[in-house]
Design a protein around this ligand. Structure first.
Ligand SMILES: C[S@@+](CC[C@H](N)C(=O)[O-])C[C@H]1O[C@@H](n2cnc3c(N)ncnc32)[C@H](O)[C@@H]1O
Length: 493
């Protein structure tokens, strides 16, 4: 898209806003038969409906949205903003959004089915801390998980996060309010939607039955290879009638999935922008011969990037034995000599086990997209194993999405916050990390974490978080650099 087209879209948004404001202003113009002094309150034009306040269908602001000129102008803004977003957003993030947006209806379902909207209406405009929300929800739900669900919605402007973990209704969430008290709903859940405008019922329907059916639709339209009957290769001399083909087919499928996973991890570098891991830490500050232990390093794609950029560094790439085998093959082709010459060592190792002796020499432990796969207790064990062998001065460098709260903490622009009037976490621009959060939750009972959550968790494993480097111009991926906590404390004494 050319600059001329981008500017045309931008201008279109401006002229549409002019049209809307003109209609709002005209709505308050004094009527010839009712001069201003006869009606002093009628002259100030209504403002556009506030997104942060609850929906008020009786307000003149909402009524004016039905004016045909306003409705057309609003639609033009939506169309232009969508096109502008698609044009300027990092394509990888747009693709991530397109493939993970299914978490949004799941979170909407939680919101509606747990009556959070009604709970928040009763809490009032200042909102309610998530622990108190969870206590009123009629199902057992972990408050921290609920906070992440509600934050994904706040990131999409459905709900407001007033302070960390404190949520309140806004115009969009209150749009699905049944208007009933929580007590009334709980006393007769089957009648929740009776005598309502039906919007909550519509959300419930879409996110329940239709949500399932969209998965059926994808399956029906696309018969994935693993759904097809195994293709039987010609019978081989010496094989029994059973021949083990099905076992081999399964093995091939497993293998191809493993390859796909390795390739996907390569693709995930696009979360980070062009320089990627190279900007995640001050690698140039390491002494020649320094050792980087890439824990759960896969086939070593990111270690390879570092190895090319910093020829004096050495690497141990740890992963499961089968992945290490694949890694050695990859390096043989893509970086011949590195493994054979001993500069790069693949080491089969389970990161829950005691670290091998070589890790005591590590200057940097690198963990890229590892901790988000695991619940807190497991992350504590993994980081604890590294802390046990960390030498003084060693650094822990963890690459993950660093989620932001949707509210401004203290001063605007603080701690990587986006500037007002944007949400502190960048809203839709950071959706990918929040979607990944839900993927990790649903697949592994794990999660992406906020910087606050990481600091606390790392500290519980003996690591003190210092710098959080956010990759430039992306959806929230960053590198968290930590050092052994005891050493830091000793240094301070
Ligand atoms: C999400 S991938 C990240 C790979 C790599 N760090 C990257 O950024 O491309 C997670 C890796 O952890 C490895 N892994 C999983 N469980 C492990 C364990 N218990 N011990 C060691 N590696 C493990 C997987 O094989 C996989 O390569």
């Amino acid at each position: 898209m050319t600059f001329a087209e981008l500017r045309a879209l931008h201008a279109l948004i401006g002229t549409a806003l002019d049209d809307i404001q003109r209609t709002y202003t005209a709505s308050a113009a004094p009527h010839p038969l009712h001069p201003p002094d006869a009606d002093p309150d009628g002259t100030s034009p209504p403002d556009f409906p506030s997104l942060s306040a609850p929906y008020d269908p009786s307000s003149p602001s909402e009524a004016l949205l039905h004016d045909p000129a306003v409705a057309r102008a609003c639609a033009r803004i939506v169309a232009a903003a969508g096109q502008l977003t698609a044009a300027v957003q990092n394509p990888f993030l747009t693709i991530c959004d397109a493939t993970m947006t299914y978490h949004l209806p799941a979170c909407m379902r939680v919101l509606e089915a747990s009556h959070v909207v009604e709970i928040l209406r009763e809490a009032g405009p200042d909102g309610l801390h998530v622990e108190r929300i969870a206590a009123r929800v009629p199902y057992p739900i972990d408050s921290r998980t609920l906070a992440h669900v509600l934050r994904l919605l706040a990131t999409h402007h459905v709900l407001a996060e007033r302070a960390p973990d404190v949520f309140a209704n806004n115009r969009l969430s209150s749009y699905i309010d049944t208007g009933k008290s929580v007590a009334e709903i709980l006393s007769n859940p089957d009648s929740k939607y009776a005598d309502t405008d039906g919007v909550a019922a519509f959300v419930g329907l879409n996110t329940d039955e239709l949500f399932k059916s969209s998965a059926y639709l994808a399956d029906a339209l696309l018969r994935l290879p693993e759904d097809r009957p195994p293709t039987r290769r010609p019978h081989q001399e010496g094989e029994g009638e059973e021949g083990g083909e099905e076992g081999e087919e399964r093995a091939l499928t497993f293998c191809s999935r493993l390859h796909r996973f390795g390739a996907a991890m390569r693709g995930s570098a696009r979360w980070e922008g062009e320089s990627g891991i190279l900007d995640g830490f001050d690698w140039a500050s390491l002494e020649p011969g320094a050792l980087v232990v890439d824990v759960g390093g896969g086939v070593g794609s990111h270690a390879m990037r570092l190895a090319r950029a910093f020829p004096a560094l050495r690497f141990v790439v740890q992963d499961r034995a089968r992945v290490c085998e694949m890694g050695r093959e990859v390096w043989k082709v893509q970086f011949p000599g590195a493994v054979e010459g001993g500069r790069v060592v693949f080491q089969g190792h389970d990161f829950f086990d005691e670290q091998p002796r070589v890790a005591r020499e590590a200057d940097v432990f690198l963990l890229r997209v590892i901790t988000h796969d695991w619940p807190d207790a497991d992350v504590r064990r993994i980081l604890g194993r590294l802390r046990e062998v960390a030498k003084p001065g060693a650094r822990l460098v963890v690459g993950e999405h660093v989620l932001g709260e949707a509210c401004h903490l203290g001063g605007r622009g603080a701690d990587g916050a986006w500037d007002w009037p944007l949400l502190a976490n960048g809203g839709r621009a950071s959706a990918c990390g929040h979607y990944m959060d839900m993927t990790m939750l649903s697949m592994f009972n794990a999660q992406e974490r906020t910087a606050r959550e990481m600091r606390a968790l790392w500290a519980s494993a003996g690591w003190c978080v210092g710098e959080v480097r956010r990759a430039a111009g992306n959806g929230g991926f960053g590198y968290i650099v930590a050092e052994p906590a005891v050493e830091l404390h000793q240094g301070r004494l």
